[in-house]
Ligand binder design. Sequence first.
Ligand code: UTP
Length: 297
Amino acid sequence: MKRKVTKAIFPVAGLGTRFLPATKSVPKEIMTLVDRPLIQYAIDEARAAGIKEFIFVTSRGKGALEDYFDHAPQLEEELRRKGKNQLLETLESTNMESGAIAYIRQHKALGLGHAVWCARRLIADEPFAVILPDDVIAADKPCLQQMVEAYAETGGNMVAAMEVAPEKTSSYGMLDVSEDMGAMVRVQGMVEKPPAGQAPSNLAVIGRYILSPSVLTNLQKIKSGAGGEIQLTDAIAREIENENGVYGYRFAGQRFDCGSKSGFLQATVAFGLAREELHDDLSAYLHDIVTMGKAAE
Ligand code: UTP
């Protein structure tokens, strides 16, 4: 049965160790690309896809993230008084409807699968989306919206898929594809982080998912048996065994891995260049440092 996807889980309970020392006190998801925190990009994408309920799986030290979604009436009033209408509009566009956000605690960082499982009672028996805010995707049509439209045709489970170079497969869950239908592929297996040359395809899973509630039941079973991290991909792979469809969707857009320093810096440059008011200055600067670097070689 296909149903509308109106709930999304945002797992933000990870330790963010790759950004230490910053993440000692700043949640990774609050770090900014130009002037918007990573989480705002994720929320905007979810809204565009028709999501109405936003479930954050948080942990100790993520207070700033929760505060970010509070309305700021004093600030709004001040901007209104000063006639700073554009800033006011920017601020108001981040306001969330009362009751639209829920926060669930993950008491221990036991893995992405475990974080998703923590939200099970709020999901109940509906299909749901999962968005990892560290994967930021620049696209004309937001990635999750592309997926929701494709999912309306398939039902089942859908993961965002991206082609990666053979030497990069050990950083991703890789898809084993049984049927290639263009943008969409049917998945017959998933392999977590295979070494170079051993991946079943060049399609990697990245941080957007639309999942059936039975994935939560699978997670429950895995949870009772697992010693280490509880992987979301394992629970999705069980859907294939249970003969529930799993599809990969080759989204149109560019993905930045903002969980890594290099990816975060690349995204900063790309999103900076995409801003009209910053483009000329930034590109002139980049041009200068590249040509200076070349001259020094
Ligand atoms: P990462 O693998 O990027 O881990 O998690 P991390 O802790 O955020 O960062 P590093 O590797 O230590 O630098 C992928 C996503 O899953 C969430 C993270 O918050 C991130 O959005 N996650 C991971 C949880 O919510 N709980 C976990 O136990 C693990």
